[in-house]
Design a protein around this ligand. Sequence first.
Ligand code: SF4
Length: 359
Amino acid sequence: MKTRISSKILQKLLLNWYEEEKREMPWRNNLDPYRILVSEFMLQQTQVKTVIPYFERWIKSFPTLRKLAQARESIVLKHWEGLGYYSRARNLRKAAQLILQNHSGKVPQSMDEIMKLPGVGRYTAGAVLSIAFGQKVPVLDGNVKRVLSRLFLLKENGSTQQSENILWQTMENLLPEIGTGNFNQAFMELGATVCLPKNPLCLLCPLKHNCKAQKSGQQNLYPPRKQSTPSTKIIVSAGVIILRNKVYIQKRKLGGLMGGLWEFPGGKLESEESPEQCLQREIKEELGIAIKIDEKLMTVKHSYTRFHVTLHVFMCKIQSGKVSPTQCEDFEWVKIAELDTYPFPAANVKIIKSLMKNH
Ligand code: SF4
């Protein structure tokens, strides 16, 4: 195969470069499999610089797999607050419990076993097995795909299962016999710091003399673009209902989007509805009470992967009825000063910051 001809040279160039240029990361000083597992869960969909403080706080609170397995879910979610994709935190805790029960607390070293853990796909399995255990298995993330595509002018961009398979196979063919963990990390590091999505820094690249895209000046044409789906705009109203100096919060249903996190009640605007009308309707439907809206607290804009949310937030009081929630997992009345001890989605965290500042 074409990629095999230059694989020895690529390995040497890339590993030497990595030795010199790799960035400091707290999970790189200690290859304990539990720490690598935590870092790889956090790094799914999230950049290194965002992950570092979360990782450090996490390891302080849950220094061992056992400590994580025994921690309450709400405490674990609180440590994840702001990182998004909360199912990763729940899966990581569940994985720790399963490792404790079924593998005597040791992260499994076989591909079959590690892939049985919740939240562990082929990428995370490859990263943990190669970095923590030195096994010769590939990784493939967005950075690796981009570098591969440019190096060999591959038209595959991972948009179909077939193109994904070709990229995995290409990466597998390049792996060295030893040092696979560093090789995998070097590939990802090159994509993150040099072979950037726009305007790659080819002059600084250790592979510039071996790269087909660089030689033909086609760096910005590879990997070929995937068809992007436009993100949806959503307008939502939420209410801060105060009763005897406490605020009503509710826990989202488990299993759904951001399940298990807490939130202020409210919902999506229907057509022709004002944010205030929407809030009164939603609260009536969800809690069985009529509310009086006192004042607007703020407008929060927040972007998730596929949604742009505009959230209108109002301070409210109960006008009539008794709170009897029907559409949540749990609810509580909490002092404003204690709100930040509960895990909330990022947009709600902005509301809490404003409440704590102003009350
Ligand atoms: S030479 Fe340029 S395009 Fe090729 S791998 Fe290096 S940075 Fe990427």
